[in-house]
Design a binder for this molecule. Structure first.
Ligand code: PSV
Ligand code: MN
Length: 431
């Protein structure tokens, strides 16, 4: 596997931090042993953890107001893949990349797949985009895509999704994520039921084009760009559509796509119970924003989500395998640093959830001991598992401190030279 950051430099970085890490790891191991927990099991579990990177996340995002491009932003899918390779090389937790078409459209999927393989990467779910018009497109999505009144517009949106499946197939993906911004900005603008009927008709055509071993993820979002009534606004609608479409259709939970204070972990539990939890877009949110860095606002919520996932995994065994992906927009940080930190935050929640003593929790629940039940979760959440995460990275060939190693490598300055910004062109990121 080729490495993008000079491996000698990464080894030098690790050599400087290794003694400190060993001491922290030993101290944590001792503390966990007194609780009857084997630190080695947790480290082994941490090493199995993987969360896919969004190709659109390695560029600076933007808001409705402005986009402030960063230095050396990737200008095409090949450069995006290079940045993803850096993230995976240092964290060893992000081997998958989720592409978004047509932004990442390639005429040579074989070469792109080869590039990914050379970096030790693979392609996770592919994403369609019918929330924007593309140059030369015949029918506009201004008034909707899969739900549009115009049959020709709907057919165009369906054809784009089928093209995504074809491209994804050539790249080795196994799932299509469909998110549409379709909806109404005014009461009365849509016949609410009619819009969903049209959506289902379109989705049936896309579903019919899925290869046998593929899944289709239906992503809901409360609002934006439709500010009155988004067609697929909530998990109830998503669930009903997934049930209607068939076994290959599952629900995708983007953590930012809910009303504030929604109990997301309960949604996760419900979807898992009924076999419809397809996957996640991890990020965080404070108000109506939906793309802040994972774990930056509400890490306890992230932990509670993973607590439900641990419970579902215990019940479902190896068959329970939702897709984990990040979906963030970076405006004031270097996207590579944000994605590395976020992958580690999601991995942290995963490991903390493994720490929950599930047998003890069940006993407390059965005894109606609310206080001890809550404490069982809090004890796991309060445990600082940083040394486990760092040891997992070290043993898997990554960096003890990915951000420090990345900064020391000078990668950003190097690509800034090789990737001069194109005047007037927004090359990447969500705008
Ligand atoms: C929509 O806000 C979303 O979360 C969907 O996942 C999109 O595909 C992604 O952001 C990128 O625009
Ligand atoms: Mn998303």
């Amino acid at each position: 596997m080729s490495t993008i950051i000079d491996s000698g430099r990464a080894e030098e970085h690790n050599a400087q931090l290794r003694a400190g890490l060993n001491a922290d790891y030993e101290a944590l191991g001792g503390m966990l042993a007194r609780r009857g927990v084997d630190i080695e099991k947790l480290t082994a579990a941490a090493r199995t953890f993987a969360v896919a990177l969004p190709s659109w996340g390695v560029g600076t995002g933007g808001t409705r107001f402005a986009r402030f491009p960063g230095r050396g932003e990737p200008r095409n899918v090949v450069e995006k893949l290079d940045d993803c390779a850096v993230i995976h090389q240092l964290t060893r937790a992000t081997p998958g990349v989720s592409l978004h078409f047509p932004w990442d459209k390639t005429t040579d999927p074989v070469a792109l797949r080869q590039q990914a393989q050379n970096h030790g990467l693979y392609f996770d779910a592919v994403n369609s985009n019918t929330f924007q018009d593309q140059a030369g497109q015949e029918h506009s999505y201004k008034y909707g895509s899969l739900t549009a009144n115009s049959a020709a517009t709907r057919a165009q949106a369906v054809a784009h999704n089928i093209e995504c499946i074809e491209l994804g197939r050539a790249l080795g993906s196994k799932a299509l994520t469909v998110w549409v911004g379709d909806g109404a900005n005014f009461p009365g603008q849509h016949n609410l039921r009619g819009a969903l009927e049209r959506y289902l008709d379109s989705m049936r055509d896309i579903y019919a084009a899925l290869p046998v071993d593929w899944l289709m993820f239906i992503e809901h979002k409360l609002f934006e760009p439709a500010f009155y009534a988004t067609t697929i606004a909530d998990w109830g609608t998503s669930f009903a559509c997934a049930q209607t479409l068939g076994d290959k259709a599952r629900c995708l939970v983007d953590l930012g796509h809910h009303a504030p204070n929604t109990n997301i972990e309960m949604i996760v539990a419900r979807l898992a119970q009924f076999g419809k939890l397809g996957g996640f877009h991890f990020n965080d949110s404070k108000y109506g924003d939906d793309d802040l860095d994972s774990g930056s606002i509400n890490p306890f919520q992230l932990f509670l989500v993973f607590n439900e996932l641990a419970d579902a995994a215990e019940r479902g065994g190896a068959a329970f395998k939702p897709a984990y992906m990040l979906d963030q927009s970076h405006n004031v940080t270097d996207p590579i640093e944000s994605l590395m930190s976020s992958a580690v935050e999601v991995q942290r929640a995963f490991v903390q959830a493994q720490l929950v003593d599930r047998a003890a929790l069940r006993q407390h629940q059965e005894a109606n001991d609310a206080l001890q039940s809550a404490q069982a979760l809090k004890q796991a959440y309060r445990t600082d598992v940083s040394a486990i995460l760092a040891m997992a990275r070290l043993r898997s060939g990554g960096a003890i401190d990915p951000v420090a190693c990345y900064r020391a490598s000078g990668y950003r300055a190097k690509v800034a030279e090789a990737r001069p910004a194109k005047a007037g062109a927004s090359s990447s990121g969500i705008v």
